[in-house]
Design a protein around this ligand. Structure first.
Ligand code: PEP
Ligand code: MN
Length: 338
């Protein structure tokens, strides 16, 4: 922690702060320049962080040297984490996994038809929402437990892993009973009670980036889950809100290498919710893999015109199949597998 004093700070101001640091049992180093004084506090950054040092007289700025997250940081674990979703399906290793499926589970038959196409093209994980976070309370809210049963039955039938969203801490046990991986949606990234609840399971958790969240806030949310004992977290970049109106959100590709530098957790990309337009999914998926993403989540529907949710962004199976072929070439070029 570095404390920068104002030019006008008095020796009394500096001594007062040093006395507090001393009382905390920490060491400090004082650097007196011709313009201003800087104090470096050594050790126990988290002890210092909770002290309101900004309010001490004469203090201009308090700067943290270490990231506020610990367990998710590369310093804590230098090796990449590889998260097992199901036997034979791991995220974060050499293999790039593609999650495919409809926005929401609409019926058993339609889910099966879509899942067959996802599997045929090389997708390894089936997605589909049973509890849907809709902007309007009048829009389709999902089939609930019935939808979860369809998801599980079809995944067993086709030997696919599954991921689905859990929106309410009270539903964590229920959703965990049916799905291999739990999704925390963008709108719930800072629902701390939900994060704590999924942190108490051993399930892999796919944590989406909040609509307006910084990378630091997103990693702090992941820290909530790890701090409860669940280290099986996969981050998912799904676009952030910017002033651009051509796309639903703006896909932040730079988040991929930044997360890789700062954290050992795997990161996947959801271009579907990032842009909201099916015609942009292929180029952005390719870019995400080339940038180092460990996987993709792509909405696929056999009849997007009739979809109950997110029709304009869902890929037809034939487009999903040709995209998978393209992605294979990119994966090979960067020494990965699809
Ligand atoms: C989804 O994946 O179904 C979804 C609603 O995404 P997001 O939370 O990213 O909007
Ligand atoms: Mn959707």
């Amino acid at each position: 922690m570095i404390i920068v004093f104002k030019k006008s700070a008095t020796q009394e101001n500096i001594d007062h702060l040093l006395a507090r640091v001393d009382k905390l049992g920490l060491k400090s180093m004082v650097s007196k320049g011709s313009e201003r004084t800087i104090v470096g506090i050594i050790g126990a950054e988290d002890v210092v962080r909770i002290q309101p040092l900004e309010v001490f007289a004469g203090v201009e700025q308090v700067m943290s040297v270490l990231a506020p997250y610990k367990l998710v940081s590369r310093e804590f674990k230098p090796q990449d984490s590889v998260i097992k979703v199901k036997d034979g399906v791991e995220i974060g290793g050499k293999k790039i996994n593609v999650i495919g499926g409809p926005c929401s589970i609409e019926s058993k038959e339609s889910l099966r038809a879509i899942a067959i196409e996802v599997k045929k093209s090389g997708g390894t994980i089936l997605r589909g929402g049973a509890f849907k976070p809709r902007t309007s309370p009048y829009a389709f809210q999902g089939l609930g437990e019935e939808g979860l049963k369809f998801l599980k039955d079809i995944a067993i039938e086709l030997d696919l892993a599954t991921v689905t969203e859990v929106m309410d801490p009270r539903d964590v046990g229920l959703v965990a009973k049916y799905a291999d991986m739990l999704q925390i949606g963008a709108r719930n990234m800072q629902n701390f009670n939900l994060l704590k609840e999924v942190g108490q399971t051993k399930k892999p958790i796919m944590l989406k980036r909040g609509l307006c969240a910084t990378i630091k806030e997103w990693l702090m949310s992941a820290e909530y889950i790890l701090s409860e004992g669940n280290f099986n977290v996969i981050l998912c970049e799904r676009g952030i809100r910017t002033y651009e109106t051509e796309t639903r959100n703006t896909l932040d590709l730079s988040a991929i290498p930044i997360v890789k530098q700062k954290s050992h957790l795997p990161i996947i990309v959801d271009p579907s919710h990032a842009v909201g337009k099916w015609g942009l999914i292929a180029p952005l998926s390719k870019a995400a893999i080339a940038t180092g993403a460990d996987g993709l989540m792509i909405e696929v529907h056999t009849n997007p015109e009739e979809a109950l949710c997110d029709g304009p962004q869902q890929l037809l199976p034939e487009n999903f199949a040709s995209l998978m072929g393209e992605l294979e070439k990119i994966a090979k070029a960067i020494d990965r597998e699809l």
